[in-house]
Design a protein around this ligand. Structure first.
Ligand code: SF4
Length: 203
């Protein structure tokens, strides 16, 4: 595995951004429990990259060769909402599609802000939310969220995402305690795309 402090890495024709290791959950399947990163990239950050450091690294990439730029990595991007917004605006000007992968606790992190509208205005095209479970109890067991009512608030945020005109996707990890069919139904109710991730590929 390469050196730590990877901010940008590529895989599957996409360019991925790793802007923080902080998170509002502590999932049992989190990659940081059993690895330093993915695809041979070490995603441990000795310090969070500044906005200008991230933009500098992005400027050095040939962005047009990627399908999309994705906020993901080993942490929850929305703990740095203002950085996400600025990078997204920078990419929007250059016509690059942007996706955000999130645990979906935006309404709890920023109760006074309309995060989905801000994300849509910044140019985010797709929001992929880690649904992770078919009910709150299972969600709490698997994800140990920092907040109470995190599951319900995540679902409220998902509604906001669709209302704001962004594409919505739900993901779940294929674990025995997760009722995949029920999760699929929830995704249908929310008119969301649905993706099942394997345990080893989760991040
Ligand atoms: S899997 Fe994602 S949401 Fe869960 S603890 Fe890890 S970084 Fe946070």
């Amino acid at each position: 595995m390469k050196n730590k402090d990877t901010i940008i890495y590529e895989a599957h024709g996409n360019l991925y951004l790793n802007i923080t290791n902080r998170c509002t959950a502590d999932c049992v399947f989190c990659i940081k429990r059993y690895s330093d990163g993915v695809y041979g990239y070490n995603l441990r950050l000795s310090k969070e990259p500044s906005l200008s450091e991230i933009i500098k690294e992005l400027s050095e990439q040939e962005l047009s060769k990627y399908n999309e730029v994705v906020f993901t990595g080993m942490g929850e991007p929305l703990v740095r909402l203002d950085v996400v917004l600025e990078i997204s605006k920078w990419l929007k000007i250059r016509g690059i599609p942007v996706r955000l992968d999130t645990i979906g606790h935006a309404k709890l992190l920023y109760p006074e802000r309309d995060v989905s509208v801000e994300l849509a205005d910044s140019g985010i095209k797709t929001v992929s939310i880690s649904l992770n479970a078919h009910n709150a109890n299972t969600y709490n067991q698997l994800c140990d969220p920092r907040y109470i009512h995190a599951y319900e608030k995540m679902l409220e945020f998902a509604k906001d995402v669709s209302k704001s005109g962004m594409e919505l996707r739900f993901t779940v990890v294929n674990l025995p305690v997760v009722d995949i069919d029920k999760c699929k139904k929830i995704a249908k109710e929310y008119c969301a795309d649905f993706k099942v991730r394997s345990y080893s590929a989760s991040s």
